[in-house]
Design a protein around this ligand. Sequence first.
Ligand SMILES: Nc1nc2c(c(=O)[nH]1)N[C@H]1C(S)=C(S)[C@@H](COP(=O)(O)O)O[C@H]1N2
Ligand SMILES: [Mo]
Length: 268
Amino acid sequence: MPPDTNRRRFLGLAAAMGVLPVAGCDQDAVNAEVTATLDSAETLTRAAQRLFISRTSLAPEFTEADIAPSFRPNGSVSPREHGYKAFAKTKFADWKLRVEGLVEKPLDLSLADLRAMPARTQITRHDCVEGWSAIGKWTGAPLAPILDLAKPANTAKYVVFHCFDAPDYDSGDDDGSELSSDLKPDLYYESIDLIDARHPQTILAYELNGAPLPVSNGAPLRVRVERQLGYKMAKYIKSVELIADYSKIAGGNGGFWEDRGYEWYAGI
Ligand SMILES: Nc1nc2c(c(=O)[nH]1)N[C@H]1C(S)=C(S)[C@@H](COP(=O)(O)O)O[C@H]1N2
Ligand SMILES: [Mo]
């Protein structure tokens, strides 16, 4: 690059921003430089906008007639860990969702608190990497207003869902039955970024097909992240943690299946 090119580019930008008089410069060269700079800025903006639009666009929603007669449960179907069974016995009356981490106001929300918040119902298709799909009707509390209540710090980049269960993934029909088994049984967890966390279809679901979420599908609360594959949709949520990076959680890849080789961003 000729030595004066950077200076010219700076002058061009500065002139475009109206902070420098252009008198004394080679007017045509400055104009060309300004045009080129603005063009490339626009190209960048457009690319960023396209990316943003595709990250925020809605997943298809279906009608009541499309709902599968029974929604196949997969992975863990009956957690035994951390007093889950005791919570289940009282229909989760004593369970509370903890919202913590990089937040100004940690929260403890009961099922009644969550049901009292604005609700969203959506009929969507769930796609599992194992090659099956099912359409179900989910009702729950959108995650965005819950985050607003907790007030995430500026440093928060991801939302982690910590679950009750340690999937018995080596047994028979569970996900990844042929994957390596030398990892110790970890608790299920998943993470999404704040764009997905604030997506309008990202809800903490407490109902499936108009009835309380069955234990096999993740009672009392499971997340729906409709633009991604099934393994992102953590069931049996114990807590939600706001974090800056996930490299220090479990295997460091942002999720139970990610630690076993799956993609962190499982877009459909
Ligand atoms: N806590 C927890 N969440 C989980 C799993 C699991 O084993 N434990 N399995 C995942 C996978 S691979 C899929 S396909 C869906 C299955 O949801 P379902 O049981 O409602 O069909 O939950 C996901 N979330
Ligand atoms: Mo799955």
